[in-house]
Design a protein around this ligand. Sequence first.
Ligand SMILES: NC(=O)c1ccc[n+]([C@@H]2O[C@H](COP(=O)([O-])OP(=O)(O)OC[C@H]3O[C@@H](n4cnc5c(N)ncnc54)[C@H](OP(=O)(O)O)[C@@H]3O)[C@@H](O)[C@H]2O)c1
Length: 287
Amino acid sequence: MKKLLLHLDTDPVASAFDQAVAYDAGVDNVLSYGSITRDNVTPHVHGMIFTRGGKNLKNSAIFIGGSNVPASELVGRAVKKAFFGPVRVSVMLDPNGSNTTAASIARKVLTGYDITGKNVVILGAGPVGQRTAMYLLQEGAAQVTITSRSIERAKVITAQLKEAYGIEVIPGETRSDEAVNQLLKDAHVAIATGPAGVCVLPKSALDKSETLEVVADVNAVPPLGVEGIEVMDNNTEKNGIRFYGAIAIGNFKMKVHHGCVSSLYESNDQFLDETTIYDIACKIDTK
Ligand SMILES: NC(=O)c1ccc[n+]([C@@H]2O[C@H](COP(=O)([O-])OP(=O)(O)OC[C@H]3O[C@@H](n4cnc5c(N)ncnc54)[C@H](OP(=O)(O)O)[C@@H]3O)[C@@H](O)[C@H]2O)c1
């Protein structure tokens, strides 16, 4: 029986990236729809759960994506509500690649590195930075700061993280290079999760910090997120600091994304979210 993936995207046009990855992960046919909301999703879900029955249901699955993370999470809740009893299919929630990317950053940083008691600064408070903060705190970091160019925005985001996940993340401000230097002065780990094509970590901050041990970046578009990093850096040591570039992290992210999509077809009752996607990433070799 063919493996079908219902691809629901909250953006007007469903992501080509998520479709391509699904095929590479072994899906036979991807049915993609854009402009999905919690109010229009139910008929799509019924289309999947009423066409195949019993043990054949595990050959159908749902992927929820989109650049608006809260909207995708609402769609995820509505999808769950449309199921009843055993009449359900497995679901993966990865809006904007945030869960798979953040899980990959965390696993790379933790490769051969004990983060217990360390001070982490995450430059960029979008979905990828927020999830990365959560994972590294769970893994034992003593403190994690997440930054915005506006301290007010950073405070709003850290308050949301406390409410949603019960975690204490410190808000930071990065309006100037001097502010970044100050934040990194006694940091052990720095992670650039700013937008594509923006350098958020200048070389002066790397030069001035005497404590940095690991630096990672997920921006693959020049100028890169960290001045002096290379996209292929993969546990590459320079001046006593280990670097992970965007392609090294991106390659591992592809493995995690493939692994998650493949696992959807093992049973019809999984819901892969930020927690379960991280669990899957932990089982994949980071090298
Ligand atoms: N390698 C991979 O596999 C992969 C996969 C997915 C995503 N990514 C990358 O991961 C990164 C983070 O993704 P995301 O979705 O979390 O990011 P995002 O929401 O687009 O941006 C992150 C933060 O950057 C800040 N920002 C925006 N414009 C800026 C500017 N001109 N200068 C400095 N800061 C600016 C914003 O905060 P403030 O406006 O509050 O300052 C925003 O919260 C992106 O570079 C994306 O391309 C990589």
